[in-house]
Design a protein around this ligand. Structure first.
Ligand SMILES: Nc1ncnc2c1ncn2[C@@H]1O[C@H](COP(=O)(O)OP(=O)(O)OP(=O)(O)O)[C@@H](O)[C@H]1O
Length: 256
């Protein structure tokens, strides 16, 4: 039996007169790197925003790891098990790399505000554990040496790695990466690819929106192609690349 992490059924979203998503369906299995591609304005970001609670869909439903999942409020999304990065990096610029990851980890801890105020022993032990895990994650994404630097001083590629570390810190069922390769140079892209590969080898599940078709085709297990908010193809990269609708709508334009 397949192990579905995210089951998307019939998601539609309209903005005024614009139908941004129409009946989008998708099934993402555990351990997959799943690509979502499409020309500009196809609805990729809208879909991300729907699964991460920023927009409410007009119709359709989700199941996350077999349970109904209603992303109604942004802060509940990480708790439910979806972590994301953003097209325009959103780190806490004045906090260190380590502190940024620790913030992500706090989603999974319990001693709460009173524990923090009174600095209970449970709170202190928990903080130490959080710091330990955050350091492990910085090491995992390859920037352990930058732990004490403010996020804003990191290179672009390292800031993207830090965002991924922060997302992983929430122990997500699904990590959603919104154009992680945007603005990266060739070397950074190779490193990013290696990192996503490693994340998959560790049996984590990744949803990837990306304009870099080469990266998507080389990395993803399955791909969904959106055009004008509709799914026009779904399958392995090889299947999708052969699909005439895809060639016409997207790959044929050569512009992405
Ligand atoms: N908040 C909004 N209000 C109105 N229209 C919106 C809103 N968000 C997105 N849209 C419209 O919905 C359509 C899909 O946009 P979306 O940003 O999801 O596409 P995309 O595939 O992510 O594009 P890109 O590759 O350019 O980022 C576009 O026509 C866009 O103008």
């Amino acid at each position: 039996m397949s192990d579905l992490v995210l089951n998307v059924s019939g998601i539609s979203k309209r903005f005024g007169g614009l139908q941004a998503l129409t009946d989008v369906r998708m099934q993402i299995e555990r351990g997959q790197v799943y690509g979502l591609i499409g020309p500009n304005g196809a609805g990729k970001t809208t879909f991300f925003n729907v699964i991460t609670g920023l927009y409410t869909p007009d119709s359709g439903s989700f199941e996350l790891a077999g349970k109904p999942y209603e992303p109604t409020e942004v802060h509940l999304v990480a708790q439910a098990g979806i972590a994301r990065t953003f097209q325009n990096i959103r780190l806490f610029a004045e906090m260190t790399a380590l502190e940024n990851v620790m913030v992500g980890r706090h989603v999974r801890t319990g001693s709460g505000l009173l524990g923090a105020i009174f600095r209970t022993s449970k709170f202190k032990a928990e903080e130490l554990a959080i710091e330990h895990r955050a350091r492990e994650l910085l090491d995992y994404v390859g920037i352990a040496n930058l732990a004490d630097y403010k996020a804003r001083t990191l290179s672009y590629g390292d800031q993207r790695r830090l965002e991924i570390a922060r997302a992983l810190a929430t122990d997500p069922q699904l990590i959603a990466l919104d154009e992680p390769a945007a603005g990266m140079n060739a070397t950074e892209k190779i490193q990013l690819r290696e990192l996503i590969d490693k994340i998959r080898r560790d049996h984590r599940t990744v949803l990837l929106i990306e304009h870099d078709v080469k990266l998507v085709m080389g990395l993803c297990d399955r791909v969904t192609v959106l055009d004008y908010g509709k799914v026009i193809a779904q399958g392995t990269p090889a299947e999708v690349q052969r699909n005439p609708q895809v060639i016409e709508a997207y790959l044929g334009t050569g512009g992405h």
